[in-house]
Design a protein around this ligand. Structure first.
Ligand code: ZN
Length: 383
C-alpha cells in the first residue's frame, strides 16, 4: 500500500514537472532516494519514462539527468457512462486530452459491455489508433461502486448490480479501472484542477444527483465497502422531499439537476440545464433568484455539516453547483456563518471548480492516470 502511494506520488511529481531530477522528486514528495530510484526503474521498465538532460542545471557542475513521462508511449482512455450519453476521451500518458467523442446512452445493463466496446472501437478507429496502444482505461459512472469496481446500484440508470470492472477487463484486460463519477471528478481536481498541491479536501458536485469525494490526508477515503462520499444522501430536511434513492429529505432531493429543474418549474420557469438556470438568474428574474437563494441555503447547511464533521482545510464546489456558484454561494455563506463552527469556517477555503465548467468530465482520465501510475496493479481501486 505504501509502495503504491509512493509510486503514484512519484509519477505525478514527474508529470507536473517534466525533466525533474531524482533528487528534486525526493524533495517534492519527501520519499527517500532509494525508493525514488527503485520506482523510477520500474516505470522505466514499463516504458512510461524518457530520460532527458536537466536543462536547469546546465553549467552548474556535473550535468544531472531528469525524467519525464513518455507521452508518446501509448494512450489512455477515459469513458464516462452518463444517463444521457456515453463519452470516450483519449489522452497521452501525461493525461493531456487528445480527442473526445460522444455516443448514445447505453440502453440497459445487459448491453453495457458490448456498447462500451463498440464505442471504444469507433473512437480509436476515428483517431487511427488501436487497442494495443491503450495502456490504461478509466471508467466513471453515477451510482454506488464498490472497491472491486462493481456497480452495486444506480438510481440514475435504474440498473441492477453490474460487475463493470470484471466485464470490461474480460474485454480489455487488467488495464481497466472503475469509479463513481463524483469521486472521479474529485480525483481530477487533485490531478488536473484546483487541488494540485492540496492533500485534504472535500469535493461536492451536482449533475443528475449530488455526489462527493472525501480526499483526506493525501488519498481518497473509500470507507468500509468502498462507497464513502455519498454526500447527496446525507439528510438535510426531516420528512423532506423524496429522493431518487427512495428515502426523504436527502441533499440530492433539493440541489440535484432534476430537483432544481422541478423547483424552477414550480416557480413558473423552464430551465433544463444548469446553464439555462444561470441564464435566468443573470436576467435578474425574481422567481429564479428565489429558487437559487433557497438552494444556496440548503447547500450552506450541507457545507456546515462537512466543516463541523471533518474540519477540512478546503472544500471544492463542482458540477452544476460550480456553474451556479455566483448565485448559490452568497446564501450558502449566510448559512455557514450561522451553522458552521466559527473556528472550522475560518480555517476552510471554499474553491469553485474550473474543470466542472468544461463540456466533458475529466474524472475518467484521472481514474485511468491513477491506475497507470500505480505499480504492481492488483485489480483493486487505483487509490
Ligand atoms: Zn437519497
Amino acid at each position: 500500500m505504501l509502495r503504491r502511494a509512493n509510486a503514484i506520488a512519484i509519477f505525478h511529481a514527474i508529470r507536473l514537472q517534466p525533466g525533474i531530477s531524482q533528487r528534486e522528486i525526493g524533495d517534492r514528495t519527501g520519499i527517500d532516494k532509494s525508493t525514488v530510484s527503485a520506482v523510477i526503474n520500474q516505470f522505466d521498465a514499463l516504458g512510461l519514462l524518457e530520460r532527458v538532460a536537466d536543462e536547469s542545471r546546465k553549467g552548474r557542475g556535473r550535468p544531472s539527468e531528469g525524467v519525464r513521462i513518455n507521452g508518446a508511449a501509448g494512450l489512455m482512455l477515459g469513458i464516462d457512462i452518463e444517463p444521457e450519453r456515453l463519452v470516450v476521451m483519449s489522452a497521452g500518458l501525461d493525461g493531456v486530452p487528445l480527442d473526445v467523442s460522444e455516443y448514445p446512452a447505453l440502453p440497459s445493463e445487459s448491453e453495457f459491455a458490448g456498447g462500451v466496446s463498440a464505442a471504444v472501437a469507433a473512437h480509436l478507429a476515428r483517431g487511427g489508433s488501436t487497442l494495443a496502444e491503450v495502456r490504461s482505461i478509466g471508467v466513471c459512472l453515477p451510482g454506488l461502486v464498490d472497491r472491486s469496481g462493481k456497480l452495486i446500484s444506480s438510481s440514475n440508470f435504474r440498473w441492477g448490480a453490474v460487475d463493470v470492472a470484471g466485464e470490461l477487463r474480460a474485454r480489455f484486460g487488467q488495464k481497466v479501472w472503475v469509479d463513481n463519477d463524483a469521486r472521479g471528478a474529485g480525483l481530477a481536481e487533485r490531478l488536473f484542477g484546483c487541488c494540485l498541491d492540496v492533500q485534504d479536501f472535500v469535493f461536492i458536485d451536482s449533475h443528475s444527483g449530488v455526489g462527493g469525494a472525501l480526499y483526506l490526508e493525501g488519498a481518497i477515503y473509500a470507507g468500509s465497502l468502498g462507497i464513502a462520499g455519498e454526500i447527496g444522501h446525507t439528510k438535510i430536511v426531516p420528512h423532506g422531499r423524496i429522493c431518487q434513492c427512495g428515502d426523504g429529505g436527502c441533499l440530492s432531493a433539493y440541489i440535484s439537476g432534476p430537483a432544481l429543474r422541478d423547483a424552477f418549474r414550480g416557480a413558473g420557469l423552464v430551465a433544463n440545464s444548469f446553464a439555462e438556470m444561470k441564464a435566468l438568474a443573470e436576467q435578474n428574474i425574481p422567481e429564479a433568484m428565489g429558487v437559487l437563494d433557497e438552494a444556496g441555503e440548503i447547500l450552506g447547511l450541507a457545507l456546515s455539516n462537512f466543516i463541523n464533521l471533518l474540519n477540512p482545510p478546503n472544500i471544492v464546489i463542482g458540477g452544476g453547483l460550480a456553474v451556479l456558484a455566483p448565485y448559490l454561494m452568497p446564501p450558502a455563506e449566510r448559512v455557514l456563518r450561522r451553522h458552521a463552527l466559527p473556528e472550522g469556517l475560518a480555517h476552510c477555503t471554499i474553491l469553485i471548480s474550473e474543470l466542472s465548467k468544461e463540456p466533458h468530465a475529466r474524472g475518467p482520465l484521472a481514474v485511468a492516470l491513477q491506475g497507470l501510475s500505480q505499480l504492481n496493479a492488483d485489480g483493486a481501486f487505483p487509490w
